[in-house]
Design a binder for this molecule. Structure first.
Ligand code: C2E
Ligand code: SIN
Ligand code: SIN
Ligand code: FE
Ligand code: FE
Length: 375
């Protein structure tokens, strides 16, 4: 008998996908020291955008928050079309400075790369990149072993996605069972989740947000009003202004949402799911105000978690620019004026300006997710 140290031991522990990726990288480096970066880029089929989700190299990676339309990355696109991985044994020869992104890869000192497309049950979900600091390292035997690592990392990623899907499905089912009437019509959730992502991306440098955080804000923001399931029809769907009593009942949706999420996480054994606090915070605190006049707690400023401050701006902007049972849709210009007035009062200033300064992207989203039946 002898003791063997499992270099992938960390995969058996409760840890984030990011930690698991780093552990895998360390293990891989014992055999292949030239692999200096492993990165995952995920694909959003709705917007056709590809973006870096996780990477295992140093903290100040210039490729963090990289995103691009798959259309605009022709060599990556052809990997998807052919469904086969790509080996580039000399990145310098591969692309002589045509693409800004490839340029950055070279500046990092990456000399060669192995790129695997990731599929879940045949559906393309992203890419896995292995970058080397030496050229001509990817031969058949190395690639064979990288494939094993690559497929293992893909499964870890799919597992993460499946947890989010389970969570979303659980919440939808809960909603249907309790006769969820959807008061926020049309594509409200599609738009507001993307506004949330625009804001988070714009604040990434200032607040040191990583891609995984941003992606989770995007994934979880559609669940902000889950607690409205518990509000009676006559209030939720009232075609005019709410009276005092109705308004106070309406306000309970924040706390109700937090409780529902806790229940669901318990029932579906997802309590240890990474970043689950982002979800709880969004549901519970998205109506808190910077100046302390919000609900349910009246907490102030930085006491309100950033994800809730982000979602609040996205939610209010979309509520203003959409039709509700109780109001008409406003123009972008009037909504922007109101956001500016609310900035520093109820809404976070940085979050407001992050959205306003990216109106070109906001308009793209409005074009893509037009109201279906209402205006
Ligand atoms: P919601 O429709 O998703 O609105 C989200 C938030 O957007 C509101 O949070 C509010 O901060 C902002 N908002 C929406 N419309 C306006 C507006 O015309 N002017 C201004 N300045 N802000 C606006 P709030 O007020 O806490 O409301 C939470 C939820 O309560 C709303 O979600 C909606 O479902 C319901 N609600 C609020 N007011 C009324 C109302 O007068 N009648 C009815 N039927 N429901 C209401
Ligand atoms: C590529 O097509 O592989 C790189 C181009 C880019 O991402 O800009
Ligand atoms: C990346 O490593 O994030 C992209 C590399 C590539 O375009 O080949
Ligand atoms: Fe709400
Ligand atoms: Fe909302």
């Amino acid at each position: 008998m002898f003791e063997h140290f499992d270099t992938l031991y960390e995969l058996t522990q409760k840890s984030s996908l990011h930690d698991k990726l780093r552990a895998t990288h360390r293990s891989l480096n014992e055999t292949f020291p030239f692999i200096v970066r492993i990165a995952i880029a995920v694909y959003d089929p709705e917007t056709k955008v590809l973006k870096t989700f996780l990477h295992s190299s140093g903290d100040d990676n210039p490729l963090d928050h990289y995103q691009s339309l798959l259309e605009n990355a022709p060599s990556l696109k052809s990997i998807v079309e052919r469904g086969k991985p790509r080996v580039v044994n000399d990145l310098f020869e591969f692309d002589r400075g045509e693409h800004k992104h490839t340029q950055k890869i070279k500046e990092q000192g990456y000399a060669a790369s192995y790129t695997m497309p990731i599929y879940n049950e045949g559906v393309f979900i992203g890419f896995l990149f292995f970058n080397s600091n030496k050229k001509d390292v990817f031969n058949e035997s190395v690639l064979h072993q990288l494939d094993l690592y690559g497929h293992m990392i893909s499964l870890l990623l799919i597992n993460e996605f499946t947890s989010v899907q389970t969570l979303t499905a659980a919440i939808k089912t809960t909603g249907n069972l309790s006769h969820l009437r959807d008061p926020e019509t049309g594509c409200h959730l599609d738009r507001m989740s993307r506004y949330s992502r625009i804001i988070a991306n714009a604040l990434a440098d200032k607040y040191e947000l990583n891609d995984s955080y941003i992606e989770h804000v995007f994934m979880f923001s559609p669940l902000h009003d889950i607690g409205k399931i518990g509000i009676p029809d006559n209030i939720l769907l009232k075609p005019g202004p709410l009276n005092e009593v109705e308004r106070s009942i309406m306000k309970t949706h924040a706390t109700k949402g937090r409780k529902m999420i806790d229940d669901i996480l318990n029932n579906f054994a997802l309590v240890n799911f990474e970043h689950v606090d982002i979800l709880r915070n969004i549901a519970e605190y998205h109506h808190e105000a910077i100046n302390g006049t919000g609900y349910p707690f009246g907490i102030k400023g930085n006491e309100i978690p950033l994800e809730a401050r982000i979602v609040a701006v996205a939610d209010v902007f979309d509520a203003l620019t959409s039709v509700r049972s109780y109001k008409e849709a406003w123009s972008n210009e009037s909504a922007i004026e109101t956001l500016k007035e609310l900035a520093g009062e109820s809404l976070d200033k940085d979050c407001v300006y992050a959205l306003i300064q990216n109106m070109d992207k906001v308009k793209e989203i409005q074009k893509q997710f037009l109201e279906d039946s209402y205006g």
